[in-house]
Design a protein around this ligand. Sequence first.
Ligand SMILES: [Zn+2]
Ligand SMILES: [Zn+2]
Length: 350
Amino acid sequence: MLAVRLPAAGRRLELADVPIPEPTGGEVLVRVAGCGVCRTDLHIVHGSQARVTPPLTLGHEIAGWVSAVGPSTAGGPPLGEPVLVFGGWGCGSCVQCVAGEEQRCPDGASPGFQRDGGWAEYVLVPSARHLVSLGSLDPISSAPLADAGVTPFRAVRRAAPWLQPGARVLVIGFGALGQFAIQYLSRFPGLSVAVRDLDARKVELGRSFGAVTELNGAADVVFDFVGVEETLAEAARLVAPGGLISIVGEGGGVLPVSFEQPAVEVAVTTTAWGSLTDLREVVDLAPSLRWRVEPMPLRDAQAALERLESGDVMGRIVLVPRRHEGANDAVGSTGAVDSARRRKCRSGEH
Ligand SMILES: [Zn+2]
Ligand SMILES: [Zn+2]
């Protein structure tokens, strides 16, 4: 199968022909419908993301169809089912995992970071518990829900105590995550939300989601979806005493915090992905959300990254393995193959 591999941190991507993985134990093989291209991928390719262990296949925003299951898989979605892949692959047994916060697992190994990800025709998922059924949602356009959709959902949820009627909210960076965030914020009555982005088109897009031009005073909550030195400094400058700075973007910036800096009683938090519960809620909400998807062929991953870097993407690029492009019958036409694979795996031939 085709896979887009990162040979080493800081190197260019390589197109490789690799064997289709065979699921063993409780593993599930997912045929990839689409996998998003995230700014974090850009950080990984540039070598500025420490949590990555190449060589590996990138891609952590994955949707597809259950293609085969290992012999001891229990309770997962049926073969052919369209699924979203939860990317916080934890050990399943530590305090964080048992608490339902697998994405925080100290021994976690996620697709596109420490394990082979979804920029490939297939991805091997360690357990059926990492799959969320998509129901009637289209798998290609749903791929961004796995990160761009769930991460701001969690960020907004964690900010709920600050989101009282009349609260002023600043969203810095209006890419795919910011566009989801403003829709989650709209569920809190009486907020005033402003958007900052270097791209005037994105600020304009923010207005179409109900953003105001200026906040009338300091911000009770600042969401920084960029996370570089400049945006964190802006967050610190604009946050109100007692407010919240929520750092979501992994831009590598550092925010100095002391007794009166950024202001007294300001809370600072990061948001890392979302929990499985968060992801299920996002999938339930999806029919009421809008987001932009731009499909690109999987083999154009390098070009996709360069477009993202240039700022020339208004929503999310989703890499699509070629044989799915424009094919609505992807599930039906390969169902027999999937069933055959299932029998083989169930009978332990591999
Ligand atoms: Zn991401
Ligand atoms: Zn764990």
